[in-house]
Design a protein around this ligand. Structure first.
Ligand code: ZN
Length: 201
């Protein structure tokens, strides 16, 4: 495949770009244990957007693995995970925000930058606002679910150089927050850069 775009997304930074049908977006966890919060919209109809519940129900699995199809609220397949060397990716844990940080970690964390801030920033480049924020995917993030249904955000299962390849089935707008969280182990308490590559062929 031929790279047509290749960029480093700095630690804590937002990112958004259209990936055309047939192209593959590769995200590389450069230094390991870096959560990448990820939203997908139909590039031509932003109301048709990623649905965590439809995606989990369709594949009867709460984890995203090679072969997982990312479904929209309308039931359309938007992207397919065609390859990854991480055991699974999360779609339950949601995005961090000043509100969730305050609730979980105390009022002293209210000023800290969160993924929702990044989503709103990157989304604004494409006309998206608060009403367009939906439950997101957490690439590389480890959110195990225990037999009793409880879940945790624990030390990562990713490592330096691990990647995920997402092939666009339709033209999609991908919005990323390279997670700035420093209060739990999702980024090993040290947010780091990731690499985004768009490939054709
Ligand atoms: Zn986050």
């Amino acid at each position: 495949m031929t790279p047509v775009y290749d960029e480093i997304i700095p630690a804590r930074a937002p990112w958004a770009r259209v990936v055309n049908a047939g192209q593959t977006l590769r995200i590389v966890d450069l230094e390991g244990n870096q959560a990448v919060d990820f939203l997908v919209f139909n590039a031509h109809d932003h109301a048709d957007r990623y649905s965590a519940s439809n995606t989990m129900a369709a594949q009867k699995n709460i984890f995203l693995v090679t072969g997982s199809k990312l479904l929209s609220g309308e039931g359309n397949v938007m992207m397919t995970i065609v390859d990854t060397n991480v055991a699974y990716h999360d779609t339950i844990g949601g995005a961090c925000s000043p509100e969730s940080n305050t609730l979980r970690y105390g009022h002293h964390t209210k000023h800290q930058h969160g993924c929702v801030d990044n989503f709103l920033n990157a989304g604004s480049w494409h006309g998206l606002g608060k009403r367009d924020m939906t439950s997101n995917i957490n690439l590389f993030m480890n959110v195990p679910v225990e037999p009793d249904g409880s879940l945790g955000i624990v030390d990562g299962i990713s490592a330096p150089g691990k990647y995920v390849d997402l092939k666009a089935v339709i033209d999609v707008l991908c919005v990323i927050s390279n997670c700035p969280q420093i209060n739990n182990p999702c980024n090993a308490f040290n947010p780091t850069p990731v690499r985004a590559v768009i490939m054709t062929g």
